[in-house]
Design a protein around this ligand. Structure first.
Ligand code: ZN
Length: 263
């Protein structure tokens, strides 16, 4: 079964994460397919708006730590850096910069790497059961690869969720401006498609320029440079995890699961 589904109707491309049996955990292959879907939507003149959604109860449980691409004998900091620079940094930035509006529809849990899929979207519609979290501090690393936290939540809330690893609710995310609106779970797809349909009526070049105006303003404020340098800070976390008891996933995963479960 395809890990990513793609369809276009009424000028809206809908990209669907399709590994519901594992809460849309992201393999390297899934991310490559997802990037291909974004590229396809970006280059199709018939597509005015891009929707990213997920099948199943949860938007995404993050990176698939059982992905065979991550076998321990391969693990050096150089290997981690290269693999992550491409899929966890460049992909997210590329999706963020696609010159068309995008909307993420998020339900259930959106954990760590899940944030790397929804944050790059221009708008986020959250189901009322959505929960967003970045618990990787439990793994000896200071947060996920793409540091949207401070931009999305503000400095204090960003520190709180990193320091505690706790999830923020859809309602809380809306209050700080991280999501645009919260809707009942059973109305998530309809609300997202209605919003997409409304935006698809607008002039595509004006939409492109409106998006560029906002993104460029953030870049002038330092977004791009900050994202790059915090990616490198993240890598020192991998260095710490490698030197402090071996590869973090194998050594710490069980402990992390227990702590997340207890929250
Ligand atoms: Zn990493």
């Amino acid at each position: 079964m395809d890990q990513i589904l793609y369809e276009v109707s009424d000028r809206v491309a809908v990209i669907t994460l399709n590994r519901p049996e594992v809460a849309n955990a992201q393999t390297m292959e899934l991310l490559d397919d997802l990037d291909a879907a974004w590229t396809r939507a970006a280059s199709d003149d018939q597509v005015r708006v891009i929707v990213l959604r997920a099948n199943g109860r949860h938007f995404s449980s993050g990176h698939d730590l059982k992905d065979r691409g991550w076998s321990p004998e391969k693990i050096t900091l150089e290997w981690i850096y290269q693999a992550e620079a491409r899929r966890y940094l460049e992909y997210s930035l590329r999706w963020r910069n696609v010159p068309k509006p995008s909307i993420a529809a998020v339900q259930g849990k959106c954990i760590a790497g899940g944030l790397l899929l929804c944050w790059p979207c221009d708008l986020i519609v959250a189901a009322d059961n959505a929960q967003f979290s970045d618990p990787v501090v439990h793994m000896g690393i200071g947060g996920v690869e793409y540091h949207g936290h401070t931009w999305e939540l503000g400095a204090r809330k960003a520190k709180e969720i990193l320091f505690t690893g706790r999830a923020i609710t859809a309602e809380e995310a809306e209050k700080v401006g991280m999501v645009n609106r919260v809707v009942p779970l059973d109305g998530l797809d309809a609300a997202t498609m209605e919003l997409a349909g409304q935006i698809a009526q607008m002039h595509p070049f004006a939409l492109r320029q409106a998006k560029r105006a906002v993104n460029q303003t953030l870049d002038v404020q330092g977004f791009y440079a900050a994202i790059q340098s915090v990616f490198d800070i993240h890598q020192t976390g991998h260095g710490n995890a490698l030197s402090d008891g071996g590869y973090p996933v194998l050594v710490r995963l069980e402990g992390m699961k227990e702590r997340i479960k207890a929250q």
